[in-house]
Design a protein around this ligand. Structure first.
Ligand code: NAD
Length: 409
């Protein structure tokens, strides 16, 4: 039983769970024309490494399957998400959007997408009259999410947007408003909410499996190979934000929130950017943050693009510990629950299901008008907290927060 009902309610109101998705989407006038975000543009890129295109076309789906257009044929879309569509009962790849005509042709042929449903960034607006497409899945660099979400809503489509939702809370608010105006749904692709280990961790916290939670520690780090902002969008501020926090570190922030199950009331943070390193000419190399929750629990998060890889989440309470290492991977996650002398390794299921499950969840939400587990409001909440982390790191001061994650003036 959750002991802090008031903070729990505020957590849910701040985008913490499915209840936040119950915001009624009003029908209204057509969405306003989209604005360009900060001068960054979608530009075609080569085929990513490691892509193996199937020679067998996907089997036809049931009649009520939702057709998705995929925007941004990058590593994550082509290696992880698109191959998982066949596992999602009511979702299929119906259209593609890319700035690289050769890649568009190769991927289109492999996925059986007809030529008339293959779009460039310039011809995207025509998708409005493509009846095969009901939803758009945005896997562009993060600085392009807001702009293309607005374009997709303007075309009358539902939007599944990769994490981070955008690079500022103002962008997130624009995206949510655009969805409401268009009367279309918005989901953020937070895959861990569909991953068996992380779902089990959430359930264990709800059951007080470690007693009263006192401490969460998260670490998401890896060493970025030599690069610079013109060749790699992940180190380009306009496309990636301030550094590893919006990318890998977001998993730690998310885990802290879904394990603590309340909103922090204050944040103190530091950032570090080494001099004379082209990887970090525009972004931070490390970010660390401490979140204090109304219950007294504390979360310590670290994330780095310049240290050997780690992906851990620890939750420690008055009666035991939950140790996840690795915590949020595509596969190979491990979880140990310790209580006194008792130590149990838990194996709640195959992590591979997370990709198809989130596609199926969004398709169900569209078809059945069901609540979305990871709505735009959750992405907005997270961007507010990221802004508070950067504000604290910039000023060296503790930032006090309102229950919705905005900073107290
Ligand atoms: P990527 O660099 O492999 O692919 C990005 C693709 O976007 C490119 O291939 C290209 O098709 C397109 N693009 C359009 N304009 C571009 C521009 N100006 N610069 C670079 N690419 C441009 O990146 P990725 O790893 O596939 O990440 C894409 C999105 O997916 C990001 O938002 C990222 O945060 C998210 N992602 C999520 C997960 C997850 O586990 N949920 C994992 C990886 C990436």
């Amino acid at each position: 039983m959750f002991e802090h009902d008031v903070t729990r309610r505020r957590f849910m109101e701040a985008g913490g769970g499915a209840a936040a998705a119950s915001l009624v989407m009003a029908t209204g006038a057509a969405a306003a024309p989209p604005q360009r975000s900060g001068g960054v543009q979608a530009i075609g890129q080569p085929m990513p490494t490691g892509v193996v295109l199937s020679k067998t076309r996907p089997a036809p789906k049931r009649a009520d399957s939702v057709g998705f257009a995929i925007i941004g044929l990058g590593g994550y879309a082509l290696n992880q998400m698109m191959p998982r569509f066949p596992q999602a009962e009511r979702a299929h790849v119906a259209a593609l959007v890319s700035g690289n005509p050769d890649k568009l042709r190769q991927v289109g042929d492999a996925y059986g997408v007809p030529p008339q449903s293959r779009y460039s960034y310039e011809t995207f607006a025509r998708i409005a009259s493509d009846r095969r497409v009901e939803a758009v899945y945005i896997t562009l660099p993060s600085g392009l999410h807001a702009d293309w979400t607005e374009r997709a809503f303007a075309a009358g489509k539902h939007v599944l947007c990769e994490k981070p939702m955008a690079l500022s809370s103002a962008e997130c608010e624009r995206m949510i408003s655009a969805g409401r105006r268009a009367n279309r749904k918005l989901m953020i692709a937070y895959r861990c909410h569909f991953e068996p280990y992380n779902m089990q961790a959430m359930a264990l916290m709800e059951q007080n499996a470690v007693g009263q939670l006192r401490l969460v520690r998260t670490e998401q780090s890896y060493r970025m190979p030599p690069t610079n902002p013109s060749e790699n969008w992940r180190v380009n501020r306009a496309l990636a934000g301030g550094g590893p926090l919006e990318d890998y570190g977001l998993y730690g922030l998310q885990a802290a929130l879904y394990l603590a199950r309340e909103m922090p009331e204050s944040i103190s943070a530091t950032g570090f950017r080494p001099a004379d390193d082209p990887r970090f000419s525009e972004i931070l190399a490390h970010v660390s943050a401490q979140l204090r929750f109304p219950s007294g629990a504390v979360a310590q998060l670290v994330t780095s693009y310049d240290s050997a890889g780690g992906n851990i989440v620890y939750a420690r309470g008055t009666a035991g510990s939950l140790i996840m290492d690795p915590a949020t991977g595509y596969a190979g996650n491990r979880m140990v629950l310790k209580s006194g002398r008792d130590q149990r390794e838990l194996t709640p299921g195959d992590s591979d299901v997370q990709f198809a499950r989130q596609l199926a969840h969004f398709a169900d939400a569209i078809r059945d008008d069901a609540q979305i587990r990871t709505p735009g409001e959750m992405g907005l909440r997270d961007l507010r907290l990221i802004e508070a982390i950067y504000a604290s790191a910039d000023t060296g001061r503790t930032v006090m927060l309102n229950p919705d994650g905005t900073m107290r003036s």
